[in-house]
Design a protein around this ligand. Structure first.
Ligand code: SF4
Ligand SMILES: [Zn+2]
Length: 122
């Protein structure tokens, strides 16, 4: 056991929408019985990329004792494709563009790096 950063899921807030599953590059999150679950803590690197994606605020990252992150196993996980991940502005997907998670008006959105400057500069 090591003390490190790892994701925490608030089951009361989670609606099971599944938006956090594909963005987790390590494949650590799955929906089980309608709730997001960390299937194996050794797959979570604690980077917290999922945190901004959850529309319900159910995800956070905390420091606690757990198993060490297993990079080899994480990289060997089947990669999840999700066609719902696309730029809200132009519709570009992750195959052609770099996408960044965004929060606006209580919504979790994706934006591509081409459309992002328009949001910054208006
Ligand atoms: S994005 Fe949030 S509400 Fe949706 S399944 Fe994941 S933890 Fe649950
Ligand atoms: Zn775009």
């Amino acid at each position: 056991m090591v003390k490190r950063m790892i994701v925490k899921i608030d089951e009361k807030k989670c609606t099971g929408c599944g938006k956090c599953v594909a963005p987790c590059a390590e494949g650590a999150i799955k929906i089980i019985n309608g709730k997001a679950k960390v299937v194996s803590e050794e797959l979570c690197d604690g980077m917290g990329f999922c945190v901004g994606i959850c529309p319900e605020g159910a995800l956070s990252v905390e420091e606690r004792y757990t198993v060490e992150f297993n990079r080899e196993k994480a990289e060997a996980q089947p990669k999840q494709k999700d066609i719902s991940i696309k730029c809200f502005s132009c519709g570009a997907n992750e195959a052609t563009s770099y996408l960044i998670p965004l929060r606006h008006n209580m919504q979790s959105l994706w934006v591509c790096t081409r459309c992002l400057p328009k949001l910054i500069h208006g």
